[in-house]
Design a protein around this ligand. Structure first.
Ligand SMILES: Cc1cc2nc3c(=O)[nH]c(=O)nc-3n(C[C@H](O)[C@H](O)[C@H](O)COP(=O)(O)O)c2cc1C
Ligand SMILES: Nc1ncnc2c1ncn2[C@@H]1O[C@H](COP(=O)(O)OP(=O)(O)O)[C@@H](O)[C@H]1O
Length: 324
């Protein structure tokens, strides 16, 4: 899969182009349905499966304080899309030229003229064009005039509730990984390079790999999580216990970090990319009277995590953890 920044006509060697248009944060079950359908069309016409997405999110430029944090920043999103069979992620830079296009101009210039889209798929609530004024109905109408087939996909529901990025964020905020996984179709993922922390881990007897995340990453509730950890040197993965939080035992106002202690593992992880699949929140983060009490609790966390994993293993593998 390739990532291309849109800056004019798409190369003609891509043949018939089929486009899924949207932001797709989380690549949840609803997104997966839409994208899978687009990929099927592309395969059937021996064409190219394209996901076109405004990046960075337009709100990040218009009203940064209102821009949602992302369940899946670009790198993780690209991994998920690649897995679905997408050939090209086309990022549309939200520059003044693109931002000022009316819905009519957007369909004519971008979708029809430059991408030569044969078909375009969007979700039922998609908006586009200057001021976000374009609706799926208008897209259908404009496409129809130009010979671009437009298909609008309804919300996927679980037990009557629509699957949405907002619903996923709400589950993450509550620390409900099971619910988030139901909506996403996979266990929530955090991925980033291992960076040095405060080197306290080695002193308290539990080394923790600190991962650096993009600033726009949406983080689940603070607390301790059971996780499956993978890296290039650990392709099968190992069980891990993860702390997301500000380490109140060691002072006030520390920055929020995500750190993983890999169970029954010893080795240098600095610089490697670590992928954490968050399985379950075990407890909230707490402030202990002294480091000894924290260490005692971490021993309990490790035991709880092992028990949880042994009880749930069949449920977790192979379906809930996906390789990206
Ligand atoms: C399983 C686990 C649970 C943790 N729980 C807490 C906690 O409840 N409260 C807290 O202040 N720190 C907690 N921590 C964070 C430790 O304080 C941290 O790992 C230690 O200070 C090392 O920090 P460093 O990586 O910056 O060196 C936890 C860490 C782990 C691995
Ligand atoms: N079981 C383990 N889990 C996590 N990291 C480990 C483990 N064993 C060794 N390491 C290494 O130790 C580092 C963390 O050491 P630590 O003393 O906690 O320092 P810091 O938090 O400052 O990086 C990790 O980044 C990794 O390279």
């Amino acid at each position: 899969m390739k990532t291309i920044v849109y800056n004019g006509p798409l190369d003609s060697r891509y043949g018939a182009v089929h486009v899924a248009l949207g932001n797709f944060d989380g690549v949840h079950l609803g997104h997966q349905k839409l994208i899978t359908e687009m990929v099927k069309k592309a395969r059937a016409s021996q064409g190219t499966a394209v996901v076109a997405t405004f990046h960075p999110h337009p709100l990040r430029l218009i009203r940064p304080e209102a821009a949602p944090k992302l369940i899946t920043p670009m790198e993780v999103k690209a991994g998920l899309l690649g897995r679905l069979g997408v050939d090209i992620v086309l990022t549309l830079p939200f520059n003044p030229d693109l931002a000022k296009l009316s819905p009519e101009e957007f369909v004519q210039q971008v979708l029809h003229q430059d991408l030569r889209a044969e078909s375009v798929l969007v979700g039922f609530n998609y908006s586009f064009g200057r001021g976000g004024k374009g609706t799926p109905e208008l897209l259908w109408e404009l496409g129809h005039r130009l010979g671009v087939r437009v298909r609008v996909i309804d919300a996927v529901t679980i037990a009557g509730e629509p699957v949405s990025s907002t619903a996923v964020r709400a589950a993450l905020e509550k620390g409900d990984m099971e619910r988030a996984a139901d909506l996403l179709g996979y266990t929530p993922i955090l991925r980033g390079p291992v960076v040095p922390g405060d080197q306290r881990g080695r002193n308290i007897g539990f080394r923790t790999a600190n991962i650096e995340l993009p600033p726009e990453q949406y983080l689940p509730a603070r607390g301790v999580y059971a996780a499956w950890a993978r890296s290039a040197s650990l392709p099968e993965g190992v069980l891990a216990v993860v702390n997301i939080g500000v380490k109140p035992t060691f002072g006030m106002g520390l920055a929020e970090t995500v750190e993983a202690h890999l169970i029954d593992f010893e080795g240098d992880l600095y610089g490697q990319t670590l992928t954490l699949h968050l399985l379950q929140r075990m407890r909230p983060e707490m402030r202990f009277q002294n480091p000894e009490q924290l260490v005692e609790q971490i021993h309990t966390d490790l035991q709880d995590t092992r028990h949880f994993f042994h009880a749930q293993r069949e449920h977790i593998f192979p379906n809930r953890i996906i390789e990206i």
